[in-house]
Unconditional design. Structure first.
Length: 193
């Protein structure tokens, strides 16, 4: 018998690098030069690295991840590539995101929301995301399509775009569009109202 405090779904800190094209996704969600970008649950930071090239010197990328091993991989890349616009942060986004209020232009959350939903642990995550995104800022949720026999979490844990929209709309986000984000992914693009 499992204890109720145990999580039903465990985030593995795996990378989607091989199945999700970072440049395509970032262009699809509207990331541009000078933006302040948050990669919420950044994993090894491959999306953050791609974002740093797009936002340029005047932009900034925050990569927030709970797994220290993943942040270490990202920090090695930052050092090797001499990147100056990424700040990597080890933090649990379900507790507190150590970023000031209303400074993020675009928050990207890739293959992460389903775990918080499965564990019934998304309320504080969503409150924190809402707190740090600017008014009219973008919240882009990328998730695995709810299809059997494709990569990603178990089928019952996968979410439909409608399920994502229902959750995020309760926190002040208005869905603008649902995009095809890759062979196995869709994206729900919303704006903070």
């Amino acid at each position: 018998m499992t204890d109720k405090s145990e999580k039903k779904h465990f985030h593995h800190g795996k990378s989607s690098k091989d199945i999700l094209d970072a440049e395509f996704v970032l262009n699809s969600i509207g990331l541009k030069k000078g933006d302040i970008f948050l990669d919420a649950g950044s994993g090894d930071g491959y999306m953050s690295l791609a974002a740093s090239k797009i936002v340029g010197e005047k932009g900034k990328v925050y990569a927030v991840e709970i797994w220290e091993e993943s942040i270490n991989i990202l920090e090695k890349e930052i050092k090797e590539q001499k990147i100056g616009n990424i700040e990597s942060i080890i933090a649990d986004i379900s507790a507190k995101i150590p970023i000031d209020n209303a400074i993020i232009d675009i928050c990207y959350m890739g293959n992460v929301l389903h775990g918080f939903v499965e564990n019934e642990d998304y309320d504080n995550v969503m409150k924190e995301i809402s707190r740090i995104i600017k008014l009219e800022g973008t919240f882009a949720v990328i998730e695995f399509k709810k299809i059997k026999n494709i990569p990603g979490p178990p089928f019952p844990v996968k979410m439909t775009p409608e399920e994502v929209e229902k959750i995020i709309s309760d926190y002040g986000f208005e869905v603008k569009e649902v995009i095809e984000a890759g062979k196995y992914h869709y994206g729900v693009i919303s704006v903070k109202k």
